[in-house]
Write a protein that binds this ligand. Structure first.
Ligand code: AMP
Length: 106
C-alpha cells in the first residue's frame, strides 16, 4: 500500500465513500472538484505514476479506462475527459496513479 492519501483511503484509514470498487480499483469523488462530475479512478496496486509503471501493469491500467467507460455509461455522461497527470512537472500531486474522470455533461 502506498504511503499517500490514496493509499490510506484504499486501506480504510481515511473513511471515503466509494462510487465503485472491484478487485483492481476503487473510485471516489475528488475532494476539490474541477467539473460537475469529477471522479478519481485509483488502482489498489500502489503504482506511483505512469512514469513508474511496468509492462505487467498494462492490464490494471487498461482496466481503469474500462471502469471509466462503464461509469460514463451508468452516469449517462454525454461526454467526458479522462486525465492522467504524470510527474510533478506534469501536474501530479498524489503519487499513487489515478485517472481523473471529468464532465460537465451529466
Ligand atoms: P493529481 O494532481 O493528478 O495528483 O490529482 C490529485 C487529486 O486528488 C486532486 O484533484 C485533489 O483534489 C485530489 N485529492 C486529494 N486528496 C483527496 C482526498 N482525500 N479525497 C479525494 N480527493 C483528494
Amino acid at each position: 500500500m502506498s504511503d499517500t492519501v490514496f493509499g490510506k483511503i484504499i486501506a480504510g484509514e481515511i473513511p471515503t465513500n466509494f462510487v465503485y470498487e472491484d478487485d483492481l480499483c476503487v473510485v471516489f469523488k475528488d475532494i476539490n472538484p474541477k467539473s460537475q462530475t469529477h471522479l478519481l479512478i485509483v488502482p489498489r496496486k500502489a503504482i506511483s505514476s505512469i512514469a513508474e509503471m511496468e509492462e505487467g501493469d498494462s492490464e490494471i491500467i487498461g482496466h481503469l479506462f474500462w471502469v471509466a467507460k462503464k461509469l460514463g455509461d451508468e452516469l449517462g455522461l454525454k461526454g467526458y475527459r479522462l486525465q492522467v497527470n504524470v510527474g510533478k512537472d506534469g501536474g501530479q500531486e498524489v503519487f499513487h496513479l489515478h485517472v481523473h474522470l471529468l464532465s460537465n455533461f451529466g
